[in-house]
Ligand binder design. Structure first.
Ligand code: FES
Length: 158
């Protein structure tokens, strides 16, 4: 049985039919073609699928699409504003991107953090990045990237 949902994804209104057991991750990738949302573990362990739901970072593999009727979802494809560009530049500048598979989830988590905390401590960043696995860069560069992103956003606002 299918259920009709209406939601906003990256600023666009969608009305779609979803199965009762269809995850938000599969809906975004398979129905909307938003493959920047990565499918890693599909079980809430890796963070590759993180998107913003009403501004909050959430593992898209752990949410059923049918639960999202009326909600606002942002994926990496939707991070096209100036702040988001600076965040992504920070990740590249400090070498926190290598194979790139985990990067969309980490950038989304950074956006979610900096939207509510413009001057995060290392502990704040560690908390925001819990559950984001990376096999390439190690985690110190991720922390540096988030700190660098915060500095770039602060400088832009001066
Ligand atoms: Fe969702 Fe790994 S794919 S946490």
């Amino acid at each position: 049985m299918n259920y009709r949902i209406r939601l906003v994804v990256n600023g666009f209104d969608y009305e779609s039919d979803v199965k009762a057991n269809e995850t938000l991750l599969d809906f975004l990738r398979n129905q909307l073609g938003l493959t920047g949302v990565k499918k890693g573990c599909d079980g809430g362990e890796c963070g590759a699928c993180v998107v913003l739901i009403n501004g909050q970072p959430v593992n898209a593999c752990l949410v059923l699409a049918v639960e999202l009727d009326g909600d606002v979802v942002t994926t990496i494809e939707g991070l096209d504003d100036e702040d988001s560009r600076l965040i992504q530049e920070a990740f590249v500048a400090v070498g926190a991107v290598q194979c790139g598979f985990c990067s969309p989830g980490m950038v989304i988590a950074t956006k979610g953090l900096l939207d509510v905390n413009s001057a995060p401590t290392q502990e704040d960043i560690n908390q925001a990045m819990v559950g984001h696995l990376c096999r390439c860069t190690g985690y110190s560069r991720t922390v540096t990237a988030v700190q660098d992103a915060a500095d770039r956003l602060k400088a832009r606002r001066l």
